[in-house]
Design a protein around this ligand. Sequence first.
Ligand SMILES: [Zn+2]
Ligand SMILES: [Zn+2]
Length: 102
Amino acid sequence: MKKFLKNDTKFICSNCGKEVEVLGYTSRDHCPFCLYSIHIDNNPGDRSCDCLGMLEPIGIDYKSSKTQIVYRCVKCKTLKKNIVANDDNQEKIIELSLLGYK
Ligand SMILES: [Zn+2]
Ligand SMILES: [Zn+2]
């Protein structure tokens, strides 16, 4: 069973230090500037994972209908995916897509 909880709060990005505003239409789950995220969820938005490692963006997955950023947790090496947000840094997205993640 996958559950999705809306959990849209502003936060300071632990990677680039920028203040990230709430997204509005869905949960903000990654930084729009550097695209880093934090390993905090087991299911999207549930905040039930206590790993708290940095999720490093390693590529882009265009296979599903929504464009997703592919992450690897620097601490536990789990792979995660987050859907791209409207205000994500497009240059970073293109850079990542060129990394050739499959
Ligand atoms: Zn950041
Ligand atoms: Zn982790």
